[in-house]
Design a protein around this ligand. Structure first.
Ligand SMILES: Cc1ncc(COP(=O)(O)O)c(C=O)c1O
Length: 398
C-alpha cells in the first residue's frame, strides 16, 4: 500500500515542506528559552482561572461540558465587540467568529480563499506559523520587505503595477501583522495602513490583519487597519493567547458576514466550548483594562532590560530596532548564519529562533535571529544575552 496514492493533491503538495514546528529543535533544560513567544509564568492568571472554572461549574453544572451548552461563550464575543469598538472597529455580532486560536482563523481563511494556484502577499519576514499554514494551500508568494514603519506598501504597489502590466497572476490576499510585528517588532505607520487599503481596492484583494499583539503597546496605541476599512476588505484576527493564556486556544476573526460565513462550513464545532466558557467566566470577573495596563508595564520593562543587555553585550556585533510593543526584538548579526550556531548557543545556555524560518526565501534571513522578552525573568535575559554574545563573537572572529 502506497500512502501517497491516497493523499489529495493539496496534501501531497503540503507534505513537500518541513513538518510543522520543525523550525525549532527541542531546547535543553539548562538553556534560557529566549525563543519562546509565550506569556511569562507569572502573567498567566491561573488562580483567577481556577475561580472562574469553579464558579462556572457551580452555576451551570453540566452545561459547559455540552457541545455548545454554556451561555458564557457569548461573553467572549461581547467582550471582543466592546473592546474593538473602543479601538474604532464597530462590528455586528454576526461579523465575529470565535476560533481555536488566531491560527485556526488563519487556517480557515486560507482553506476558504486559497487554491493551489492562488497568489498571496506576505511580509518579509513574517510569522513562521502563519507561513507554515499558508504553505498547506499554496506555494505562490509575493513578498514585501519591512522597514521601521512596517510593510513597505510603496514596494507592494510597484510590484502589483508591474504584474498587472505583464499580465501575471494577481494576489487575492495580503497577510500582514501591522502592530508589533512577529518577528521584527515593527509597527506599520498610519499612512501605510491607508495606502494598503487603497491598494486593496485598486487591485481587488482582501487583507488579513493579524493583531495578536495589538493590546500590548508601550506608547501610542495603533489604529487597526480594520478601523479604516470602509470597503470591508479586512479580516481582523485577534487572540487571547498573549493577553490571557495560549493553552485556552481562543482567538477570533472579524469580517463582513458574507466573507466570514463560509469559514463556519469548515470550522463546524471544532472550537473549544469549555475553554470559551471558562474564558467568558474569567472575563466577566476581571477588570481587563487594568490587566492590559499591567501587562504593558511589565512587558515594556522586560523589553528595556533586553535592549540594555543587547547594548551592553552585543552593541559592537549586532543591530536591532527598539519595538514599541509586543513580545520580540529582531536582531541582525551581519556575517553569521544564525541557524548554524543555534545548537552551540543552546549548549552554552541560550535559545533563540533563527531568522531564516521567518522568510519565504530562507537565505534572506540567515543573519537574523528573534529574541523574546515575554517569557523569561529579567535576570535570565541578561545572562542569556551575555552567553549569546560569547557564542556569536567566536564565530565572527573565525
Ligand atoms: C502574529 C501571530 N499571530 C498569531 C499567533 C497565534 O495565536 P494563537 O495562539 O491565538 O493561535 C501568534 C503566536 O505566536 C503570532 O505571533
Amino acid at each position: 500500500m502506497e500512502p501517497e496514492s491516497f493523499f489529495t493533491k493539496n496534501t501531497k503538495a503540503a507534505l513537500k515542506h518541513d513538518p510543522p514546528g520543525e523550525w525549532m529543535p527541542p531546547v535543553p533544560d539548562h538553556s534560557i528559552p529566549l525563543n519562546a513567544g509565550y506569556p511569562a509564568h507569572s502573567l498567566v492568571p491561573y488562580e483567577e482561572m481556577n475561580e472562574a472554572v469553579k464558579d462556572l461549574i457551580e452555576e451551570e453544572k453540566d452545561l459547559p461540558f455540552q457541545y455548545l451548552g454554556s451561555k458564557k461563550v457569548n461573553t467572549v464575543k461581547k467582550f471582543v465587540r466592546e473592546r474593538l469598538a473602543e479601538r474604532g472597529v464597530v462590528l455586528l455580532e454576526k461579523e465575529i467568529l470565535v476560533t481555536a486560536g488566531a491560527i485556526q482563523g488563519i487556517d480557515l481563511i486560507a482553506r476558504t480563499f486559497i487554491d493551489r494556484d492562488t497568489w498571496i502577499v506576505v511580509e518579509s519576514p513574517s510569522y513562521m506559523e502563519g507561513l507554515e499554514t499558508f504553505r498547506n494551500y499554496t506555494d505562490h508568494y509575493i513578498t514585501v520587505p519591512i522597514d521601521e514603519n512596517g510593510m513597505q506598501t510603496e514596494e507592494l504597489e510597484k510590484t502589483l503595477k508591474d504584474r498587472k502590466e505583464k499580465n501575471l497572476p494577481m494576489p487575492k490576499l495580503v497577510y500582514t501583522i501591522p502592530s508589533f510585528h512577529n518577528p521584527s517588532g515593527t509597527t506599520m505607520s498610519i499612512d501605510r495602513r491607508r495606502h494598503l487599503l487603497e491598494l486593496a481596492s485598486e487591485f481587488d484583494f482582501l487583507i488579513i490583519e493579524d493583531d495578536a499583539y495589538g493590546e500590548l503597546y508601550f506608547g501610542e496605541r495603533p489604529t487597526p487597519i480594520k478601523a479604516m476599512d470602509s470597503g470591508s476588505r479586512v479580516f481582523y484576527i485577534g487572540s487571547f493567547s498573549k493577553i490571557v493564556a495560549p493553552g485556552l486556544r481562543v482567538g477570533y476573526v472579524a469580517a463582513r458576514s458574507d466573507l466570514l460565513e463560509p469559514l463556519a462550513w469548515f470550522k463546524k464545532d471544532l472550537g473549544h466550548p469549555f475553554a470559551e466558557a471558562t474564558l467568558g467566566s474569567y472575563l466577566s470577573q476581571t477588570d481587563m483594562k487594568k490587566r492590559f495596563e499591567m501587562l504593558r508595564k511589565v512587558y515594556q520593562q522586560n523589553c528595556k532590560t533586553l535592549i540594555s543587555s543587547l547594548e551592553k553585550y552585543m552593541g559592537d556585533i549586532a543591530t536591532w530596532k527598539n519595538p514599541s510593543g509586543g513580545y520580540f526584538v529582531w536582531v541582525h548579526v551581519p556575517g553569521v548564519d544564525t541557524s548554524k550556531i543555534l545548537n552551540e548557543a543552546m549548549q552554552a545556555g541560550v535559545a533563540y529562533v533563527p531568522g531564516k524560518h521567518f522568510f519565504v526565501h530562507e537565505q534572506e534571513g540567515l543573519s537574523y535571529l528573534r529574541l523574546s522578552f515575554s517569557y523569561v525573568s529579567r535576570e535570565e535575559m541578561v545572562t542569556a544575552v551575555e552567553k549569546l554574545s560569547q557564542v556569536i563573537k567566536k564565530h565572527i572572529d573565525q
